[in-house]
Write a protein that binds this ligand. Sequence first.
Ligand code: ADE
Length: 230
Amino acid sequence: MKIDVITIFPQYLAPLRLSLVGKAIENQKLSLDVHDLRDHTTDLHRTVDDTPYGGGPGMVMMPEPWGATLDELLNNDSILIIPTPSGVKFDQEMAEQLASKPHLVFACGRYEGIDARVAQYYEKKVTVLEVSIGDYVLAGGEVAAIVMIEAIARLIPGVLGNWDSAVNDSFAETEHGRLLEGPVYTKPAVWRGLGVPEVLLSGNHAEIAKWQIAQAKQRTAIRRPDLTGE
Ligand code: ADE
């Protein structure tokens, strides 16, 4: 998979060179290029924003630098993702779907967002997704892009050392629906007087699996009843 990120703060994306996603890049499961939007401005001040038509607070990102950058990066196979609090909500299912795509382009806006004609124009050429990572407002799309890229990258085959850990993830599709993962334990068997549930020490894999599903269902019902459809 190839991912391009467009931003006015290229350094913001530096954490993606670390850990799991960093390794995926090193192992060539993923290629990541970060582009400075200001490289496609034409004025001395490298301006990317202007006041909103219709008035109101804040500034809006001008379409020209976005058009110049996106024209260079997009091809027929690209998906353009625009992180915005007014987008459709990102979830594990969307991450799973995006993990099999050849080319994702993240357009990270700042200020009050990107002139709406940018999405309108590129919708005629590629799939455009305006996506929110949750019901809160960040200072820009960069952190949202990092969140989405990490969630997507770990689902690319060969990126996770242990594929089982994706299958058992919270929100992974199972025969019981999408559930939160239950509690997990490691050594020592007793810590500060607290023991590990007996069944986990039994070596009985069928019983352990049954217990884990029951724990997942119970936790989901309490913390996320919306996931169980109740
Ligand atoms: N930009 C600002 N807030 C955001 C959010 N919640 N999701 C995606 N992009 C954003």
